[in-house]
Design a protein around this ligand. Structure first.
Ligand code: ACO
Length: 327
């Protein structure tokens, strides 16, 4: 059977680092509160003039180089994001132009923190259906530009970045084994940006007055749903694919909060040493969190050929999902 396999990864984060000590000067918070409640020590934040499409392009170029795939070989580019350069055109089209992927179709996928996994899900389906042979999947975000820097309950959480993976059609047992995506719009108000869309456009001065084009989050409520949803979808996928949890070599969960990561790991009974965490250095980079972590694991030799790798994420929508692959 035809499967899709990740043959190259790449990541890009802005140079500028914002520490908890820097945040102590902006809002009424402390390094201790942020570390205890989230596990975040610092995050990368764009400087003036840095663009989201540039971060995506850097990550994509690295992934293509490591995959030994030329841009003209790409059939499709998918960018998972909710913070594209502009509402339209899609960032994927800007990346297509930047890298010279002349043959590729391009589209963005708005699934917040699950944008990379939703994009993998679609890319995998295209490859399995023989509609594509090479797909570039990017997950990225510049949430620092839509965060309210006076709201201590959200501004300490997020970081910027992008990660990319090149998927290639392959025969055999390696590659994506299964994907499972879910959503529940009942909870749409848990994490949202109420302004800047067609309902309350950014060009309406009242939108700015009411601070609508900013991230709003019901953190506590989101936390509770996130732990159960992430654990349940992961367990369902493994049962569906017939793999017991003990066989998993590496679990890369979305890096939203260290307490969520630990709670999901405990619920699933995955040993802590198999659960990858880098939230301390990046914060919650939303759609970029899993591809940045995946790229780090590849670079640091934490994934060996044949390993079973499990990815699970959760975010605004609410949406959540899990992907299982044999490396
Ligand atoms: N510094 C100091 N105190 C703070 C801060 C801060 N930065 N932020 C909030 N507090 C205070 C609150 O005001 C509150 O004070 P009070 O008790 O006097 O009212 C107290 O700390 C506790 O606040 P909670 O909101 O209950 O804190 P909690 O332990 O829930 O942590 C957090 C908040 C970190 C946001 C957590 O709820 C969380 O991580 N939620 C999930 C986020 C998530 O998974 N999002 C999904 C992905 S995001 C996306 O899709 C874009």
């Amino acid at each position: 059977m035809t499967r899709s396999r990740i043959v190259g990864t790449g990541a890009a984060v802005p140079k500028r680092i914002l520490t908890n000590a820097d945040l102590e000067k902006l809002v009424d918070t402390s390094d201790r509160w942020i570390m205890e409640r989230t596990g975040i020590k610092e995050r990368h934040i764009v400087s003036d003039g840095e663009k989201f499409s540039d971060l995506c392009t850097r990550a994509a170029e690295l992934a293509l180089k490591r995959a030994h795939v030329r841009p003209e070989q790409l059939d499709m580019i998918l960018v998972g994001t909710v913070s594209s350069d502009m509402p339209f055109p899609a960032t994927s089209c800007l990346v297509q132009h930047n890298i010279g992927a002349s043959r590729a179709a391009a589209s963005d996928v708005a699934a917040a923190c699950v944008g990379f996994l939703y994009s993998l899900h679609f890319a995998d389906a295209l490859i399995q259906a023989s509609k594509a042979e090479h797909v570039l999947v990017i997950g990225g975000e510049i949430l620092s530009r839509i965060v309210d820097w006076t709201d201590r309950s959200t501004c300490v959480l997020f970081g910027d970045g992008a990660g990319a993976a090149v998927l290639q059609a392959t025969k055999g047992d390696h590659g994506i084994l299964g994907t499972r995506m879910k959503s529940d719009g009942n909870y749409a108000d848990f994490i949202c940006m109420p302004g800047g869309g067609s309902n309350r456009p950014a060009n309406d001065p009242k939108s700015i007055e009411e601070k609508l084009p900013y991230i709003k989050m019901k953190g506590n409520e989101t936390f509770k749903v996130a732990v159960k949803a992430m654990a349940d979808v992961t367990a369902e996928l493994l049962t569906e694919q017939g793999f017991p949890l003990e066989e998993i070599d590496l679990f890369i969960p979305h890096q939203a909060n260290e307490r969520i990561i630990d709670a999901v790991g405990e619920r699933l009974k995955i040993p802590a040493e198999k659960v990858y965490k880098n939230i301390e250095r990046y914060g919650n980079t939303s759609a970029a969190s899993i591809p940045i972590a995946l790229d780090e694991c590849v670079r640091e030799g934490k994934i060996a050929e044949g390993d079973l790798v499990l990815l699970t994420a959760f975010g605004a929508g609410l949406v959540w999902g899990s992907v299982l692959m044999r490396w």
